[in-house]
Ligand binder design. Sequence first.
Ligand code: NCD
Ligand code: ZN
Length: 348
Amino acid sequence: MQTKLTIISPDDWHLHLRNGEVLSKVLPFTSRHFQRAIVMPNLQPPVLCAADANIYRDEIVAAIPDGHNFTPLMVLYLTEQTDPEDVRKGFLAGELVAVKLYPAGATTNSDAGVKDIEKIYPVLEVMQEIGMPFLVHGEVVDADVDIFDREAVFIDQKLIPIRQRFPNLKIVFEHITTKDGVDYVKSCNENTAATVTTHHLVINRNAMLVGGIQPHYYCLPVAKRELHRLALVQAVTSGDKRFFLGTDSAPHLAQYKESSCGCAGIFNVANTLPILAQVFERENTLENLEKFVSLNGPLFYNLPVNTGTMTLLRSETPHALPDDVVTNDGVIKVFDPKMAIHWRVSQA
Ligand code: NCD
Ligand code: ZN
């Protein structure tokens, strides 16, 4: 049995860092293992223009612990008022790496998002021209669409028309959760890719709903049936270059999740790499882990591959879950994959 694996340093292509004290508490879990991360802009208020992104970047950089080598990649929160020229300038200046679509009402802090997709076509026009990735939260928000179907319906109603209208736009279908998402991405050329989270590779909707409501397994898009989880595992462990890691690590204080209206998001970044090693080991595809976490992302984003390396070690005895994160306002619970994890990141 393989007990050691060395890979190029990984990146996280979908991450929520928040700000203030939570940022300073959660960032070290990312910066000790990941060299770069796509930082989601759904703050309150959101990151609406290149100037906002610069301020947020400075706040993140100030919170990086000494000795950690980490670069945040900044993303704009798309609204119907976004100025295409601000997007162009920000991208060409290297201040912005991508733009994120939140359909209004789809998820945490998405109220300022987009209601009418056609209104953002001028921005997409510019992004297609300059080769800037368009990151999509792919769920419809119609009250009459079942929450478990919202991703599949989004493909037909929104994604296919956008793709037809902008054939050369680089699109990342974020945190896909369904076989429909996998099949759609596989049917496209290299201009379409998808991120897959850590948790959607190891849980299905039972984790959230069996034995009582389990708020720490609630995230958006919501986990689906087992057949969808299996399709995600197959896609990422195959090494297909269109799939790469976006942890979607989304910290919330436990009291806001354990509530009569619990919020969506799973904090998984403290144990993501050990869990992923376990998933790839189970499929006998450890050799493809590096593609998923370190190679496929930069290839799509047209960025250099990292130069450092990371070593993962396997031990006979499984490891304990990392401690929860303590803040002045409450704790942030670490994702419990409910499976034995024998891998750890070597700190040497
Ligand atoms: C994210 C958050 O909390 O910001 N929550 C989540 O469940 N994934 C928002 C998002 O990515 O949809
Ligand atoms: Zn997210």
